[in-house]
Design a protein. Structure first.
Length: 271
């Protein structure tokens, strides 16, 4: 008789315990049901429904165009798939900056309409009021510092952030501020590894790095990048674990040629 092992859902509390015990946290993006099913079953701790959907799912150049409705659509699909992972959803550009009431309304919509477990929001001290307000409603918030892609036009480039001491010091202060406000974790994107180490050690809450070195408490990548579905994107921090673009291309070419050659469907593949 097989005993059905109940899958225990990862919570923000689990992540805190992982940091306390020195266990690294694995996080990947997913934007649809089929992919999220695979990611979740593989033992992912956190699934990020990232606004990177704007790039990889919709073909936009930046993360700015994606809407709250579209994020809720992607998040709902992922929530239906995931049995174990904690689901974190990005608040898209324009749904929280400069207006904490709107920030709260946006976060509530994500939680109510998608069933996700937490939201992620870019920025430090300047968004403190929005973070506070969302947390007061009992919604877990993950911070995001360093390279904040929603501010791409401000930076004008996707290069490494916080190399200069002034920006590094602001990042340290922002991280402590986000922790003090009550964030359960912070993504550190594209900052020097030494700074990420300092910040991770100064915080009680876990840090998740992307291009921020090995001393963060966890790592995150965009799934289309690490599976090699995206061909053009090859930053130094990306390790490609598969070459799915090639595999898929080969399979699709074979299908096309079988159809053209009248080899598909065959006798066995019809009724």
């Amino acid at each position: 008789m097989s005993v059905h092992k109940e899958v225990k859902r990862i919570t923000t509390h689990t992540l805190q315990e992982m940091k306390n015990h020195g266990e690294k946290i694995a996080m990947l993006t997913a934007y649809d049901y089929s992919m999220a099913t695979i990611v979740d079953a593989a033992g992912m701790d956190i699934i990020l429904v990232g606004d990177s959907a704007s790039n990889v799912m919709a073909g936009h150049e930046t993360t700015l165009p994606i809407t709250l409705d579209q994020m809720i659509y992607h998040a709902s699909a992922v929530v239906r798939a995931a049995k174990r992972a904690l689901i974190v959803v990005d608040l898209p550009f324009g749904t929280y900056q400069g207006n904490s009431k709107e920030a709260l309304a946006s976060a509530i919509r994500i939680m109510k309409e998608s069933g996700a477990h937490a939201v992620k929001i870019e920025g430090g001290v300047e968004i403190a009021e929005s973070v506070s307000r969302i947390l007061t409603a009992g919604i877990p918030v993950m911070g995001h510092l360093g390279l904040t892609p929603q501010s791409i036009y401000k930076f004008g480039t996707y290069t490494v952030r916080a190399k200069e001491e002034v920006e590094a010091q602001k990042l340290r202060e922002d991280a402590l501020k986000l922790q003090e406000l009550g964030c359960f974790g912070i993504v550190l994107e594209k900052i020097p590894a030494q700074l990420a180490k300092e910040v991770s050690e100064s915080l009680v809450i876990p840090t998740i790095g992307i291009g921020a070195g090995q001393h963060c408490d966890g790592q995150v990548l965009v799934i289309h990048d690490m599976l090699g579905i995206n061909k053009g994107f090859k930053p130094r921090f990306l390790r490609q674990y598969a070459n799915l673009a090639e595999v898929m291309n080969g399979a699709i070419k074979n299908y096309v040629s079988d159809v053209k050659a009248k080899e598909f469907p065959n006798e066995k593949e019809q009724y």
